[in-house]
Design a protein around this ligand. Structure first.
Ligand SMILES: [Zn+2]
Length: 231
């Protein structure tokens, strides 16, 4: 019986992340807390650029809100959400990201409603992983701020997981998303501030491609909210 239970536990750990600790315990054990607002460049999200990056030109977002750098415990949690389906941690960090958005003064923009849009995932990858991490994060960001979620974007194809730097890579990603024309989601972002949610900002190519399409589709300003930023 004990052997059977061990086998079941191992399978559970491998497939559902059951062996993972409660997120609050993990956060406490790592003595982790979100970066204080104002400690990173609002234009690109990096804590190292010193505000001289010119990122608005490339990212096309009004500002970047983040929880921290993509290293240490935070990096491990981001990866475990995706690869071990750690839904509880996605909820925990999504809530923290929602509160960070408010703490940064990114919400509410004066006199205008906002809509939360997750960066979409290719359907095959979503099926293979069994979790849409950006959608889970977006739901919690929305919940923390009393906003609603809409998904006017679709991933055209799986593309490359690795985002190389540079202009060529950004252009290669420009055609990555398509606009869901004449849908309720497309109408929902018209003239609105969009809070674009993803787990990691690597080069910013993904955010830039999504933001460009959102603006082309009629969104007002776009604010990016990411859990972590690769420095
Ligand atoms: Zn910057």
């Amino acid at each position: 019986m004990a052997v059977l239970l061990n086998v079941l536990q191992a399978a559970c750990d491998a497939w559902l992340g059951c062996g993972l600790p409660a997120p609050a315990d993990a956060v406490r054990a790592a003595a982790w807390s979100p970066d204080a607002p104002g400690t990173w460049c609002a234009a690109c999200g990096s804590a190292r650029c010193g505000g001289a990056c010119g990122a608005p030109v490339h990212l096309g977002v009004e500002r970047v809100v983040r929880l921290g750098a993509h290293d240490g415990a935070l990096r491990g949690w981001v990866l475990a959400i995706k690869h071990r389906r750690w839904e509880a941690m996605a909820e925990h960090l999504g809530g923290a990201l929602g509160r960070q958005l408010a703490a940064c003064g990114a919400w509410p923009p004066a006199g205008q409603g906002a809509v939360v849009v997750p960066v979409p995932m290719p359907p095959m990858r979503r099926w293979a992983r069994g979790i849409d991490h950006a959608a889970m994060l977006a739901r919690e960001v929305a919940r923390a701020n009393g906003l609603r979620v809409a998904q006017p974007l679709r991933q055209r194809h799986a593309g490359s997981q690795v985002e190389a730097g540079g202009r060529a890579a950004r252009l290669a990603h420009a055609g990555r998303f398509t606009w869901r024309e004449r849908t309720r989601a497309a109408r929902a972002v018209q003239g609105r501030t969009v809070v674009l949610v993803d787990d990691v900002r690597t080069t910013g190519a993904t955010l830039a491609a999504a933001a460009a399409l959102l603006r082309a589709g009629g969104a007002g300003s776009v604010v990016a909210a990411v859990v972590s930023v690769r420095e």
